[in-house]
Design a protein around this ligand. Structure first.
Ligand SMILES: [Ca+2]
Length: 520
């Protein structure tokens, strides 16, 4: 995290005018024109499997004793498992666009699920295309404008179904308005009430995942049977295990009586921001029981195992087609789910269950097998990692603007060469009317709540974040240092102004003229 930026656009990379950068950009353009479409012969295929809302610890490969994920476990056993990986914002659109752009959400204006990143953002899909890859996105990426490409050549299966349902363009409405006192409440409480077994027909959201995975299987088989000389970079974006917590009936029954109870299910001792989020989720009245939370988790475990079955099909297709030996498989989720922990359901919290994600890299014969990496890393690191794996490059003026660092040194056991030093995650969406963020450095996690008390946790001794150390004199020096680090590149007041301006624009430009009203 060597490059510190302010929240304002003045230090954005495109505003620099270093002649050397301009020359290098021109040279890069010449290089691209001559090399596009010709990947290095050794460039591997790349399959990125990105699930939605998979709690980092609810899987066999990260030690859970109940949740069955045999296929992900197999992937981890033949690859490198990052046990302290994070998203950069615990919400679909900001997390995903930040990952694709390789930049923190405040640097691309991705505040909430109604924003869209600038059309000319150069994503890692662009970078892989320039490196000679065929690039395809199947399923969810929550671009807000589901027909958008953002550097992918094709989207064989869109994230919306044929009726335009599901993750359609959220840009036609506004996110929660921070000038108003939380009039909108998300589905947390309703999810608890509604959790259980799904009907045999399954909800449309889960039926569409089937199409997404089938689209990916077809892409892999087509690449194997009619190779066009280019390696394939394929993204499989499922909605599973995202709620509603309605598991396939057989999987719901498989976990009957087996779901564990998370910590602090009635949300005691939380700070202002998480208390506000509980109200937003309709959880603050505590009118749910331990059995209710167990039932929700029973269903969630079923959704995770259903997703894992899809992973098994994808890995099986790689093996059947002979592509497995030369394909890098990457697994990650866009954020986690509180699943009842600290009295919350869903995401949007800075807490581990919401912001931490599973992350695996596998390349048989090239990457180590069975390695575990505990260094904190995040989804913005994916971009430079993919550049290095693919042999691709960006002009320095763009490469210098990336906020992540290649994970290859960690993957290959050269930890001393890894340039990252901590993880930054922020949230400016719904549930609390102010921005917040955290910086994790080593075992310490500093949570910066703009306008409210800050928090400090030592995850080595307190992995469930039950002891806020912000007032502990023994931790004062650490707290000052971490706060200062955050303030060197993230300005809470400036971010808040930008969010309010965006919400005001969304409200007038979309809701007044399209929806005919100014609210939800
Ligand atoms: Ca999501």
């Amino acid at each position: 995290m060597a490059k510190m930026k302010t929240a304002k656009g003045a230090t954005m990379p495109q505003d620099r005018s270093d002649p050397a950068d301009t020359d290098s950009a021109r040279a890069f353009g010449d290089e691209v024109r001559s090399a596009a479409g010709r990947a290095a012969p050794e460039s591997p295929n790349i399959l990125v499997i990105m699930s939605d809302e998979h709690h980092w610890g609810l899987c066999g490969f990260n030690g859970h004793k109940v949740v069955e994920t045999p296929n992900l476990d197999r992937l981890a056993a033949r690859g490198v498992n990052f046990t302290n990986a994070y998203c950069n914002s615990p919400l679909c659109s900001p997390s995903r666009q930040s990952c694709l752009a390789g930049r923190w959400p405040h640097r691309i204006g991705m505040w909430n699920n109604c924003c869209a990143m600038p059309e000319n953002t150069v994503t890692w899909a662009h970078a892989l295309s320039l490196a000679g890859y065929e690039t395809a996105l199947c399923g969810k990426m929550h671009f807000n404008g589901y027909q958008k490409l953002y550097g992918f050549e094709r989207r064989p299966v869109l994230e919306s179904n044929e009726a335009g349902e599901l993750f359609h363009s959220y840009g036609i409405r506004t996110s929660h308005d921070w000038t108003q006192p939380l009039p909108y409440r998300s589905h947390g409480g309703r999810n608890v009430d509604d959790s259980g077994a799904d009907t045999d027909e399954r909800l449309p959201i889960f039926r569409h995942d089937r199409r997404i995975v089938e689209g990916c299987l077809a892409e892999l088989r087509a690449k194997a049977t009619s190779p066009d000389g280019r390696p394939l970079a394929l993204v499989c974006g499922t909605v599973l295990p995202h709620p509603p917590f309605r598991a396939r009936r057989d999987l719901f029954e498989r976990y009957a009586g087996r779901a564990d109870l998370p910590v602090n299910i009635h949300g005691e001792g939380l700070g202002d921001a998480d208390r506000s989020l509980r109200r937003h989720q309709r959880m603050e009245t505590n009118d749910y029981s331990a059995d209710d939370i167990r039932r929700l988790r029973q269903a969630y475990f079923g959704l995770i195992t259903e997703f894992d079955e899809y992973v098994g099909q994808l890995l099986g297709a790689l093996e059947e087609t002979g592509l497995a030996g030369n394909t890098v498989v990457i697994y990650c989720s866009d954020h986690g789910d509180m699943a009842g922990e600290h009295g919350m359901v869903g995401k949007c919290s800075m807490r581990e269950s919401s912001a931490r994600v599973p992350m695996i890299f596998s390349w048989p014969g090239r990457f180590p097998e069975g390695r575990t990496v505990d260094a904190p890393v995040s989804l913005v690191d994916l971009y430079p990692t993919l550049l290095e794996i693919s042999g691709g490059s960006l002009p320095p003026i763009l490469a210098g603007g990336l906020d992540g660092h290649s994970l290859l040194p960690l993957i290959e056991g050269r930890a001393g060469d890894f340039r990252g030093n901590g993880v930054f995650c922020e949230f400016e969406g719904e549930g609390w009317n102010h921005p917040r963020c955290f910086l994790r450095e080593g075992p310490l996690k500093y949570v910066y709540n703009h306008t409210a008390a800050h928090e400090l946790y030592d995850l080595a001794s307190d992995p469930l974040e039950q002891r806020n150390l912000i007032a502990d004199p023994a931790r004062a020096a650490d707290a000052r240092r971490l706060r200062s680090r955050i303030e060197s590149f993230w300005d809470g007041a400036a971010v808040e102004r930008q969010v309010l301006e965006t919400q005001a624009r969304q409200k007038i430009a979309y809701c007044r003229n399209v929806c005919g009203d100014l609210g939800w």
